[in-house]
Design a protein around this ligand. Sequence first.
Ligand code: ADP
Length: 462
Amino acid sequence: MPLRTIRGRLTFWYTSLLSLSFMVLGGAGYGLLAYTLSQESDAGLRRVAQTLAERTGTGLESFIPSEIDEVFRRFLGFSPLEHYFERLPPGHSSSHGGKLPLSPQALKNASRGLPTFETLEGLGPYPVRVLTWPVVKAGRVSGIIQVGLSRENLDKTLRRFLWIMVSILPAALLLAGGGGWILARRALKPVDRMTETARRISAEHLDRQVQGSGAGDELDRLAQTLNDMLGRLKVAFQEIRQFSADASHELQTPLTVLKGEIEVGLRSPRRPEEYQAILRSALEETDRIARLVEGLLLLSRSEAGVLRMDRRTVNLRDLIEVVVKEVQPLAGSHSVKLLTGSIELAHVQGDPDHLRRLLLNLVDNGIKYTPSGGSVEVSLRSDEKWAMLQVSDTGIGIAKEDQEKIFRRFYRTGAPRARLESGAGLGLAISQSIAEAHGGRIQVESVPGQGSIFTVFLPLSF
Ligand code: ADP
């Protein structure tokens, strides 16, 4: 039997357990039968001896053997071919020479008025069960009766039972094993179907569904789980495809510009200032490409859990000061007021460069998406566990349905100003991975046309 398959193992264990139960039950049945038959035969012998003893009231001489046969038939329900009866007058001894031997123990017991059961060999082809029974008259042992019964019938019945058991066992096991095999095959059929479907599923065919048994059982649940997993894989594959398409697209634009500029520069001889202008513009595009690649690298590293972090205690108040100072010129060029609100003292464990980048992205967005005349405010609060770094603006705001999506890579809202100002759509995705790498998160609240509040939660260091 091929035990490498579940079907084979199930059948093997099922059949083994069944054989074991069969043998235990058979053994118990045999024992019980042997015990009951022996008990019954002893009880029969006892009744015969009693009857005989009662009939000795007038003297043991009145017995004739044919009567004994009848007594056996009446009490045991059969007439044993081999039966034994012995009567001994008072003053008997163990070496009386009778047909049934009288053992010293039986003699001793009888003289005390006690019966004795013995199984004796050598009296015939089968052992004989012998009962030595004292005949008590007027409180005194007046004689001994011995009755014996061959164990022939009992042994034959037991042997027949054993024979039936032994001949049934292989047939029952064969039937059970075959039945078990067929049942296991039927029960596991849906697994074969699932394997077949799973074999045909590839990245291009994630729409395929695994079919369960349809009975709402474990296999159905397995099929459902596999289908859910396929659904998630499909989404993940789509995201990867989308990501590659977006990344190529984002890289293609500055590369095309760069190529065009170089081509223009090479087309005809130019003055040094013109070359300088072309090179400056080319450098800007190269910077854009470098930023994009750096951002993608950071995201993929953080996703793979291998983002390099130079962890140390960072004073967020100092961080805000540095970033605000750095971005002030940009705010000025957009005619947006960059303010610092209430700033509490808070320290976190983290990488200062990554945290600087996070805050820079948020403040930069605040300025980009706030029309001139508006303001962006940075503040810092804390509770017993978290530092809450907040960047609020009076800008264009974000529609409810976009608030969750803006953290996705390359996602940009359709708001006209957003389209005009937007970068590659990686800033918030990067900020969120940085926050998560620090054990924190970013939350956004926004009312379109009124402004947005981005809150970064970072665990405080103690
Ligand atoms: P981008 O480089 O386009 O700014 P981000 O990931 O930083 O990419 O932002 C994703 C999108 O979220 C932006 O394109 C913009 O539509 C929206 N967004 C981000 N910050 C703000 C903000 N402060 N106010 C309004 N919209 C915002």
